[in-house]
Write a protein that binds this ligand. Structure first.
Ligand SMILES: C[S@@+](CC[C@H](N)C(=O)[O-])C[C@H]1O[C@@H](n2cnc3c(N)ncnc32)[C@H](O)[C@@H]1O
Length: 296
């Protein structure tokens, strides 16, 4: 297909021309992925579906939007992953803005949301704590599911806290989600208690960071990935601390890395807690553990 060069100086571009540009440039990178990428870009940035554009000759796109779309194409051409090029990622039922300080939310993490929903189907939590909140995707998705609840999201990264606050605002949950910046549970008051504590902390062993896929290594911040020598440092830190912030009978869910379930069982015991459930993600990898300080 011949590339259709867009004139970036005119006030409006024909939507058909923009569609052709997307097809030729994204199709040249990955023919299989291009239709999905084009649909997403057009629907989200232009507000039109590819079919609407194909079947109409008189749809125009403003210069500002054309520029935005061209910038996304250019980023993808340079090898930027789609979500980073778009600036957001879908997670659970919402879109979450990303920044260079946030991890790109993963579908595996939705396993944690599912497990919490199963556990709390008859006992909705009123106060939720999410430690290492990143984009805020876990906290805000849980707050969406438990409309009476309020919560706190903590992150050490100031940039991540800003992005999580922005996401809380755009999802109209600013009055229910408080984002605090600091180290693990430090930003909590001594007597602050929650019905549900969740965390997807960094859990990759330091020595494995260099071998990660380049799309992870180059775009996800190291603070969101590196869990220390064995990858378990954050759990060692959190397990003795979270108990003080859990109401009696409250629940704790952690996301874990590959082959960490046995280690988590051991670490839980060291903190007088019990690992009561391990759930696999869609790929069959043990991904979420539930920890209890009470009876099994
Ligand atoms: C694996 S990411 C998870 C982000 C998000 N919850 C998600 O599931 O997409 C871990 C997060 O923990 C944060 N973090 C790392 N060390 C921390 C610490 N000492 N205290 C609080 N947050 C920390 C990172 O900045 C990062 O946002």
């Amino acid at each position: 297909m011949m590339p259709h060069k867009i004139n970036r100086n005119t006030e409006f571009t024909s939507a058909k021309r923009l569609l052709q540009e997307l097809k030729s440039r994204l199709g040249a990178i990955n023919e299989e992925l291009a239709p999905y990428q084009i649909k997403l870009i057009l629907e989200d940035f232009v507000g039109l579906t590819p079919s609407q554009i194909r079947f109409s000759d008189d749809l125009d796109v403003s210069r500002e939007i054309t520029e935005k779309v061209i910038r996304i194409i250019e980023k993808i051409e340079k090898g930027t992953p789609l979500a980073r090029a778009l600036g957001y990622r879908d997670f659970w039922k919402d879109k979450f803005y990303l920044s260079e300080d946030t991890l790109e939310p993963r579908p595996d993490t939705e396993t944690l949301i599912e497990e919490v929903l199963k556990k709390h189907s008859n006992t909705p939590p009123k106060r939720i704590l999410d430690i290492g909140t990143g984009t805020g995707c876990i906290l805000l998705s849980l707050l969406r599911e438990f409309p009476e609840a309020t919560g706190v999201g903590i992150d050490l990264s100031k940039g991540a806290c800003e992005t999580a606050s922005l996401n809380a605002e755009q999802l109209e949950m600013k009055n229910r989600a408080e984002i605090r910046c600091g180290n693990w549970t430090d930003p909590l008051k001594m007597d602050e208690k929650f019905d549900l504590i969740v965390s997807n902390p960094p859990y990759i062993p330091s020595s494995e960071i260099a071998n990660l896929d380049k799309n992870v290594r180059n775009y996800d911040p190291i603070l969101a990935l590196d869990g220390g020598k064995t990858g378990l440092d954050p759990y060692k830190n959190l397990l003795p601390k979270v108990k003080n912030h859990l109401v009696e009978g409250g629940s704790i869910f952690f996301e874990i890395g590959i082959n960490q379930d046995q280690d988590l069982a051991r670490l839980a015991e060291d903190s007088n807690a019990t690992l009561i459930r391990v759930t696999k993600d869609l790929g069959g990898v043990p991904r979420v553990v539930e920890i209890s300080y009470g009876d099994k």
